[in-house]
Design a protein around this ligand. Sequence first.
Ligand SMILES: [Zn+2]
Length: 401
Amino acid sequence: MSQDIKRIYYCRAGHSSENFVYSNRLNLIHSGRCDLCTIENFIQEFKTWSSGNANSDKVIQESQINNIDNKLQWIPYDNFQNIKHIADGGRGSDWEYYLIGKKVEIKDSRYDIAEFLKGVTTVNNFNRSADYHGISKNPSTQNYITIMELFDDDFHMFLTKNFWNLRWVSNIFILLSIAEGLRILHQDNLVHCEYATYIDLDLYKLENDLILNANSKNIEIYGSIPYIPPEVLRGDEFTRTSEIYSFSGIMYEIATAQRPFADQAHDTYLMIDICNGVRPKASDFMLNWIPEWYLDLMYRCWSDDPSERPAAAELYNLFLEILEKLYDNIVDNNVMRQLKIADENQKNTSKSQKQELFSYSNKLHPQSCYSGRYIHTLRGLHDLLEEIKSGKSSDPNLLKQ
Ligand SMILES: [Zn+2]
């Protein structure tokens, strides 16, 4: 008769692994970590920081006490330079564990920061690809900033460096992670404006707010021109369908290792082109390793008519289905066949083609701008436009920071 002996662990502070942390979870003491110590440390720290907003403080504090893993953290702005992405290599290939880096800045303090943080907590709890958030405040702009997983490199550098190692299984995985985030945001009625400048600054708004302000047409918008859909460039509000347009810019970058419109000035002329239906093209030499259905989907997301763009949930379901088949090596339809051929072609790419791509992806127009900035919409430019065209006035959108 052997007796079942259950080992009880104690941390240095004397907490037992038999204590409950939450009503349904025992204290985990492991490798110097103790859940109860972690919570006590957070509580001790409460008096050492403040977001400047009592309601926000409460949301952050509650997440630190009640959330098992996804604890929000207040990060003083001065610490920004010191934040490092924890790149967990883990098993298998590294790409699987790379998550998309995001810093989010809420541009306008009139948005209720506490409500926003509740939204963040919801996303955290449902989306494993967004499971870390720090909150900060830019002292000069007074804008709140949230930080999700951060790369040492930005996303573009990551793609450029890893382009030849990333097969379609990894590309689809990255897109699935982003689509999942979007799907959850859309469910919760949050629109993640300008998320395509997601490396730098993003902007969240409650869609309710957009609806309330439907009559106030935008004279200025915030973002990077290649990721802003034509209707928003014209002066309409940013909506969920606008976000799908921005997503397409990421699809383009993943397939080509080049950001959209990298070889052009990001000025008012480009905005007019985009409104007239011009979209980034994939160079002929790349078409061997980009599946045709992918290009079709990308251009559908870039559709001029917002109602023709797929919903985030549709993208999510599609990428999930494809990813599962890729994992299981199932080639049962045209989409999967195209992916297989694209992977093989990429594997067999000659050295000279790789060099061609490298020189191509390094081409960057001196007047391109991929960080977020304020841009005059075409509506805002209406009066200025004739003067700009005639050269009497310089383009206010040209590299205005
Ligand atoms: Zn302890």
